[in-house]
Each structure stands twice: as structure tokens, then as C-alpha cells.
Design a protein around this ligand. Structure first.
Ligand SMILES: C[S@@+](CC[C@H](N)C(=O)[O-])C[C@H]1O[C@@H](n2cnc3c(N)ncnc32)[C@H](O)[C@@H]1O
Length: 233
């Protein structure tokens, strides 16, 4: 079936995914049909978040999660740094499979979860670090954004850290053909800031393998020690 036909099937009248299944199909198709190194967001190493992780001084046994990790090499660097409790969550099983193959026998050191982060219930107060590059910005509806934040606040330990990278206001309005919500530091602080303290912020220009410039906004947050689960459970 021609690409345009598939798109109509996925996006319907509103030309954007409307259900969790649409979203999963979109990402499955992306990773099943294109090489990871050719995808617009590909970068061989996630320098900014890795530098922050290095500065945080986390212990190797502290649990970390890469949300919307896709086929990213972030997990490889965490394994290399000796982290013993790594989770990668992504809506696309095909994306996780790319990372598992690349890691070989080391893939057994990682917990892989194929799920939508807006609906999957992560364990309470589990993670010392929540990392997300270029996943949160695909959530363009308030309800989805709030569901993401609720899951984050449920799953993150008091005193835990978040490294988040989204398209900045000057980036294109779409990523992977889907509309994205673009953020500057103040936007991110306004949305997450009640419970999270901003420790760092940096913009970084990403150039896609096709030569398109995309400005990212990276932030580092810390959850205060006093906060418990978001929904008071
Ligand atoms: C632009 S890619 C970024 C991948 C990776 N973080 C990186 O930096 O290379 C966005 C990723 O988010 C995943 N994703 C999109 N929506 C998601 C959702 N609701 N829950 C979990 N993963 C999602 C996609 O499958 C994709 O792997």
C-alpha cells in the first residue's frame, strides 16, 4: 500500500493519531521499516544528559529508566557505566528489539517494557533517575501530558532526578511526521515545577541525518525529598 494510503488510515480526518493503537502502529512502522541510524532524532551519543548523569553521582544499584528510549544508545552508556538496574520503556517493541540486538548478551541486564507511558502503571517510588529525550513532546493533549506527569511523579523517588529533552520553540512543529508541543525552560518549569526543582537547562542544536536543524531544550530537575506519590496512594 502506498505511504499516503497508510497515512490516511492512521491519521483519519484529524491527521494525527487519535488512539493508543494508532500511536503504536505509527512507531512500529517507523522502526520496522527504517534503520535506526537514519531516523531524524538519531545521535550516536546523548552527550548532554550523559554529562548530567555523570555529575549526579548516582550509585550503580540505583534504578534508572529511559522513557521512550526507542533504539537510543543511552542504555548502552548506562550499562557501560555499571548501572545495574536499568529499565527502557517504549511503545514500540520493534524499537526495543533494535537496542536488544545491538547490546547482545548485555541486553539481559536491562528490563524492557513495551508500553504507552501515559497508560502503563510504573511501580511506585522506584526510580532514582527518569530520562526522556524526544518522547514527552509528542503528547499534545493536556490529558496525556498530565497522565505522563502523574506516572513520573508516582514512579520517581523523593530526591530523584529527571533529564528531559524536548523540541525548543524554534524547532520544527513536527517530528516523525507527528505534531509536537515545543517547550522552553519556563514552559517546562511551569508544567513540572510545583514538585520539581530546576537544576540545569541547556539548548542543543541537533542536525538530523538528512541535514535538518532541530533545536532541543534539555532540562535537569530534582524532586524534593519531601514529596511522595503524586496521587497520594
Ligand atoms: C523521537 S523518538 C526518540 C527516541 C529516543 N529517546 C532517542 O532519543 O533516540 C520517540 C520515541 O518515543 C516513543 N514513544 C512515542 N510515544 C510514546 C508513548 N506514549 N509511550 C512510550 N513511548 C512512546 C517512540 O516509539 C519513539 O521510540
Amino acid at each position: 500500500m502506498p505511504a499516503s494510503g497508510r497515512r490516511d488510515l492512521y491519521y483519519g480526518l484529524h491527521r494525527q493519531p487519535v488512539t493508543e493503537m494508532d500511536r503504536r502502529e505509527h512507531w512500529e512502522q517507523v522502526y520496522a521499516t527504517r534503520m535506526a541510524e537514519k531516523l531524524g532524532w538519531y545521535t550516536p551519543r546523548l552527550d548532554r544528559p550523559l554529562e548530567w548523569v555523570g555529575e549526579l553521582g548516582l550509585m550503580p544499584d540505583e534504578p534508572v529508566i529511559d522513557v521512550g528510549g526507542g533504539a537510543s544508545t543511552f542504555v548502552d552508556d548506562l550499562v557501560d557505566q555499571g548501572f545495574e538496574s536499568i529499565t527502557v520503556l517504549d511503545i514500540s517493541e520493534s524499537a526495543l528489539e533494535v537496542s536488544r540486538k545491538r547490546l547482545g548478551h548485555q541486553a539481559n541486564l536491562v528490563m524492557w517494557i513495551a508500553a504507552d507511558v501515559t497508560t502503563y502503571r510504573l511501580p511506585e517510588q522506584r526510580f532514582a533517575l527518569w530520562h526522556d529525550r524526544a518522547m514527552f513532546h509528542f503528547l499534545t493533549k493536556t490529558g496525556e501530558q498530565v497522565a505522563y506527569r502523574d506516572n513520573l511523579l508516582r514512579a520517581l523517588r523523593p530526591g530523584g532526578y529527571i533529564t528531559l529533552g524536548t523540541f525548543a520553540p524554534e524547532a520544527p512543529p513536527k517530528c516523525s511526521g507527528l505534531p509536537v508541543q515545543r517547550y522552553d525552560v519556563d514552559d517546562l518549569r511551569a508544567f513540572f515545577g510545583d514538585e520539581l526543582e530546576l537544576l540545569g537547562a541547556q539548548k542543543e542544536l541537533h542536525v538530523t541525518p538528512g541535514g535538518v536543524e532541530q533545536m532541543y531544550q534539555f532540562v535537569l530537575f530534582r524532586r524534593s525529598e519531601g514529596h511522595g506519590p503524586a496521587d497520594g496512594e
